[in-house]
Design a protein around this ligand. Structure first.
Ligand code: UCC
Ligand code: FAD
Length: 582
């Protein structure tokens, strides 16, 4: 050796090898399915070039802000140095930049401008899909903002919410407002009807003051909120249950002394993920508010918000999956093991391919719901579309929420130990995915929602489902290579059809036990049909066919297989309870 510096490990005793990091490229250009889907359904150059430019901005600029939001989580300053309450939620500069960016890019506005008619929601959600994993969770306030705008639009854009509507849907950063959605109280987030204790005290001018405690309020730096409360009657009584709940609009404002009007921020939640965003417990202590719904119609009136936020949730879920697949694929070209790069290890690439197939199925599911929403909002939805939108919204939210955790977790493993290291930014993807199945309705609550909407429509939503799923298979007869996938979906549809006919005669307890598996079956079969339909499109690629075939190899109809094994029989609840007994 000529010099000490030539010796291996001489420089810093850490070796000369440094692994290249995975690189985030333009998420629009990198996404073959997104581009194919839009080419097929929204072939407007203006939309394409906007998404492409935004993708460039996300990769080169916004992603860094997202990391900043994670590194600089919000803080609560409750008191000033002199002991006065101030309740300031201090957010990072990057979080504030996300707000301006969201307005400028029209991330809510696009849904209301409707420049692309019935495809405007698909366009808006495509943009959010590109944005979401780099947004530092700013997609959370945007979801609620979009949901609030939708509620106001459905109730009527009149005083006192006309200005709010204009602010929620503007592209002007200085005018832009975000909204909260305060539904959850200590006693229950799922069972809102029993859990809501907040009361609304009527004022002489027709307004109300709200008094109660909201246990989870996300993105609490919002400018306004929609919330639920029970109107106090002249005798000081309220009506219990769902029929006692009304919907209220409240602005989050400060008085002349700088104190929040009618709100005390009790504390910020210490969370597993979503740390970029403040989630607070709030004491409502005389919050001025306006009633937006008829008395007792609170849940039904906020349901429009739930539809929108659940669709946003599903977009974030599939976006997280897509992001981890993109990074994993990139890393597989940079990392070597056993003498070759990971992409040359077939087993590794099989793992990534399975993640890709999951992501594709999820993507088409969510986009189909966005398509239906767009049709409804453009006034061209058929009765079948309306039924489908109602049925598929909870199905897609619950299914993609679970998929996101599984796919992102698998994705982290594809980076080996680095996937577990905080400052790679990768663990945050998993922590943030975990919430997607909890908020906006847990998996079980949404499964029960599916049962309820089937029952309330006297089965018409299922009729719409079967009709549409079958129509998606119509073009496949001319594509023989799709045969096994088509056979699998047809067989699953037929099994499911028999199941729902028989199950309709069974007692409620039976259906309740089957609810989650039923929802999964609805999701898997429908995604299979969508993948087949997409693969039949004349612009489709061989990968589209391959993805459809792979998707349809799984158990498409778990509810029937579990039924056959007696999983919903009358004795199972007691056996489930007894499982941990000695
Ligand atoms: O978690 C939250 C915010 C998190 C941050 C935002 C993230 C967004 C994504 C961001 C991605 C990064 S806010 C809290 C969310 N909370 C929930 O989702 C509550 C979960 N629980 C349920 O969904 C329950 O099923 C309830 C609360 C809706 C059940 O209440 P009720 O009163 O027992 O329900 P009913 O009796 O079934 O429904 C009352 C009325 C009925 O209308 P009418 O009276 O006309 O028959 C229902 O048809 O409400 C109607 N309704 C619906 N309509 C109930 N659910 C729906 C629905 N999903 N769609 C349409
Ligand atoms: P519970 O209702 O107590 O549920 C506990 C478990 O029981 C769940 O697994 C559930 O599926 C199951 N379960 C309940 N009932 C049934 C049943 N009938 N059959 C079968 N299983 C059942 N809420 C807001 O209103 N606004 C917000 O901004 C907001 N932000 C949030 C942010 C974060 C980070 C988190 C984690 C939550 C947030 N939430 C918010 C609250 C969230 O919506 C609720 O936590 C959620 O709806 C569940 O309610 P819960 O916590 O009361 O759980």
């Amino acid at each position: 050796w000529e010099a000490a510096s030539d010796l291996p490990f001489s420089r810093a005793r850490i070796g000369a090898f440094f692994q290249e990091r995975p690189v985030l490229r333009n998420p629009f250009l990198e996404d073959a399915l997104l581009r194919g889907y839009l080419k097929r359904h929204l072939p407007h150059e203006a939309a394409r070039s906007d998404l492409c430019a935004f993708g460039e901005r996300v990769a080169n600029e916004v992603d860094t802000w997202g990391r900043e939001c994670e590194m600089t989580p919000p803080q609560l300053i409750q008191f000033d140095p002199w002991g006065q309450r101030i309740d300031h939620i201090v957010t990072s500069p990057a979080w504030k930049r996300m707000k301006d960016l969201s307005a400028e890019e029209g991330l809510v506005a696009i849904g209301y401008e409707r420049s692309f008619g019935e495809w405007s929601r698909v366009y808006q959600m495509s943009k959010l899909y590109i944005f979401s994993p780099s947004s530092g969770l700013y997609t959370c306030p945007l979801a609620m903002t979009d949901g609030a705008a939708k509620v106001i639009q459905s109730i009527g854009v009149t005083s006192p919410v006309d200005e709010a509507y204009s602010r929620l849907t503007t592209r002007e950063p200085e005018w832009f407002w975000t909204s909260g959605q305060w539904m959850t109280e200590r006693q229950g987030g799922s069972d809102v009807a029993s859990g809501t204790e907040t009361v609304a005290v009527p004022q002489s001018d027709g307004t109300y003051t709200l008094h109660g405690f909201k246990w989870f309020t996300s993105a609490t730096d919002a400018d306004m909120t929609l919330t639920l409360a029970r109107v106090l009657d002249g005798a000081g009584a309220t009506i219990s249950g769902s029929r006692g709940l009304s919907l209220f609009y409240a602005e989050v404002s400060r008085d002349e002394s700088g104190q929040l009007r009618g709100i005390e921020v009790q504390r910020l939640k210490d969370k597993l993920g979503t740390r970029q965003m403040p989630t607070a417990e709030l004491l409502l202590d005389g919050l001025p508010a306006h009633r937006l719904s008829e008395e007792g119609r609170g849940v039904a009136s906020i349901a429009n918000m739930l539809t929108i936020t659940r669709i946003h949730n599903s977009i974030s879920a599939v976006a997280a999956m897509r992001r981890v697949v993109q990074l994993s694929r990139d890393y597989a070209t940079r990392r070597s093991a056993f003498g070759k790069v990971l992409k040359d290890h077939p087993l590794h690439m099989q793992t990534l391919a399975r993640m890709e197939v999951e992501t594709r199925g999820a993507f088409l599911l969510v986009m189909d719901v966005c398509r239906l929403l767009g049709r409804e909002e453009s006034g061209i939805a058929t009765q079948l579309d309306t039924y489908l939108l109602r049925l598929l919204t909870p199905v897609v939210k619950l299914y993609t929420g679970k998929q996101a955790v599984a796919v992102v977790s698998e994705g982290l493993e594809s980076f080996g130990g680095q996937g577990y290291i905080e400052d790679t930014g990768l663990p945050g993807l998993l922590r943030d995915a975990q919430v997607l199945s909890i908020w906006e309705g847990t998996t079980n609550i949404l499964s029960l929602d599916v049962l309820r909407c089937v029952a309330r429509s006297s089965g018409m939503v299922l009729h719409a489902y079967f009709t549409r799923a079958k129509s998606l298979l119509a073009g496949a007869s001319s594509v023989p290579s799709l045969g096994p996938a088509v056979n699998a979906v047809e067989a699953a549809l037929s099994e499911l059809h028999t199941f729902v006919q028989v199950a309709a005669e069974r007692e409620h307890g039976y259906l309740e036990l089957a609810a989650r598996d039923l929802a999964y079956s609805l999701a898997r079969i429908y995604a299979g049909a969508l993948l087949i339909d997409h693969a039949c499109w004349k612009g489709a690629s061989p990968s589209d066919t391959y993805a459809a075939l792979r998707w349809c190899e799984q158990d498409l109809c778990p509810v029937v297989n579990k039924q056959d094994r007696g999983c919903y029989d009358a004795n199972t609840p007691s056996l489930d309870v007894a499982l941990d007994h000695l």
